[in-house]
Ligand binder design. Structure first.
Ligand SMILES: Cc1cc2nc3c(=O)[nH]c(=O)nc-3n(C[C@H](O)[C@H](O)[C@H](O)COP(=O)(O)OP(=O)(O)OC[C@H]3O[C@@H](n4cnc5c(N)ncnc54)[C@H](O)[C@@H]3O)c2cc1C
Length: 404
């Protein structure tokens, strides 16, 4: 199953080709001003592009080897929320430098005691004249050490049900009282941080949307996802996929054991099912249909598949798998240069070779909602099973577990 894209006469194709002819090596600013960084965003920041237009634009940019400015959390999360609920001043101030990658953003949501049950967060924001005074601790904050701004969730009313007392702020990361401490993950990379907020004063203008309505904003991004044909990698769309592992084994000419061969075929079949689900989802979007259950099923299955694939690569590597710089089959590891599989969308900061992929794959079933939580979503919203005890009881999952 493949998606066939329209030819040379298609207006979006003609337009992007003509822009590329005039800007063969666009600066990040030119890119941002053209609308081609996030063409699905509305004008003037994007082009209000349809799903098909987005795919065609991606294809032409790829053909021209032109890479978009990078700002994963800004463009993926913060921008769509500001477009949805931000003031005109906020849109004017933040969106263009965000699209140009001039100002990097991070996401100050998770706390040491609030991850899956994010609405239980305890960072407080108290109004003081024209300012909000924020105190609390955030954790797992990717890019906090590089970011100019963070999107921040804080409790503004502790006396109402937990989802109803949260507000959404823009926090300049160089504000007095913001302290950032690195967390080195098991790949050896520094991407995460702990962020301590100690009487951080934010201007009232940094509130996004209305006071105490932050919870609904935290969920806005989902409906704004960019449509893309790339992103077949097993590490959240980046990195190598099952086909790449099979290809490696095929080209090496090495005969692997029947057990490994069986496992490899199983992993490849998982990958193929996921690819077909993705194509089906894309075809439905192109036909203007509402997203079905495929997205939740794909997220739950895809994260586990990423781990299976990386485990399989280590098993095939045998004793070489103990070496950090060796691929699944040492004989052709030279082909797998550092960053060789870094996709367009990011993870460029991580050296995507198999060993790092193996270590990184442990994050897949945690970040962006754990696999257990995804299963709850599938159970409740797709299969109509009784609700998770957390929602029923208004308790944290840990409290519920203790009282069972
Ligand atoms: C690579 C990566 C990048 C991240 N980047 C950011 C970032 O930039 N900003 C940010 O704010 N956060 C970030 N996070 C944090 C991430 O959002 C949380 O780790 C995630 O939401 C899980 O929360 P937790 O770690 O507190 O685990 P917990 O919620 O404490 O979960 C612990 C275990 O309990 C299980 N569990 C919890 N609730 C239920 C339930 N209801 N039913 C069944 N099982 C349950 C979980 O599945 C898990 O196995 C990142 C995480 C990763 C891995």
């Amino acid at each position: 199953m493949d998606i066939v894209l329209p030819g040379d006469d298609y207006p979006a194709r003609k337009a992007v080709k003509s822009w590329l002819a005039n800007h063969p090596d666009p600066s990040p600013r030119e890119f941002a001003e053209s609308g081609y960084v996030a063409p699905h965003w509305p004008n003037p920041w994007g082009l209000g592009a349809s799903a098909m237009d987005q795919l065609v634009i991606d294809e032409e940019l790829k053909k021209a080897s032109v890479r978009r400015p990078q700002n994963r959390i800004g463009i993926g999360w913060a921008g769509p929320t500001i477009i949805y609920a931000g003031s005109e001043e906020q849109k004017e101030r933040y969106l263009l430098p965000m699209l140009a990658g001039e100002e990097i953003w991070c996401q100050l949501f998770s706390e040491p005691d609030s991850g899956s049950d994010l609405a239980s967060l305890s960072t407080r924001a108290v109004k003081d004249g024209d300012e909000w005074v924020v105190t609390g601790q955030k954790i797992w904050t990717t890019y906090a050490h590089e970011a100019k701004f963070g999107i921040l969730l804080a409790r503004t009313d502790p006396n109402v049900p937990k989802h109803e007392g949260i507000s959404y702020f823009i926090c300049p990361m160089d504000s007095p009282g913001v302290k950032i401490e690195p967390i080195i993950d098991m790949t050896g990379q520094h991407a995460f941080n702990q962020v301590f907020l100690d009487d951080v004063r934010l201007p009232a203008a940094n509130l996004v949307g209305e006071v105490n309505k932050g919870w609904s904003l935290a969920k806005v991004t989902l409906g704004n996802e960019r449509v893309s044909l790339s992103g077949e990698g097993a590490l959240w769309g980046d990195g190598p996929n099952a086909e790449a592992l099979v290809d490696l084994v095929r080209r090496s000419g090495v005969s692997i054991s029947p057990v490994l061969r069986y496992g490899l075929v199983k992993v490849w079949m998982e990958g193929e099912i996921l690819r077909l689900l993705r194509m089906r989802q894309l075809a439905a979007t192109l036909a203007g249909q509402q997203p079905g259950p495929e997205a939740s099923v794909r997220k739950a299955m895809g994260d586990v598949h990423g781990k299976h694939l990386m485990d399989m690569a280590k098993d095939i590597a045998g004793a070489y798998g103990m070496l950090g710089d060796a691929g699944p089959l040492d004989g052709i590891k030279g082909e797998l240069g550092v960053g060789a599989w870094a996709g367009e969308g990011g993870l460029a900061w991580i050296s995507l070779i198999w060993s790092l992929g193996y270590l990184y794959s442990c994050a897949l079933t945690i970040g962006g909602g754990t696999t257990e939580v995804q299963h709850n979503i599938v159970a409740e919203r797709i299969l109509g099973l009784p609700k998770d005890i957390d929602v029923e009881a208004g308790k944290t999952w840990a409290e519920s577990r203790q009282s069972r």
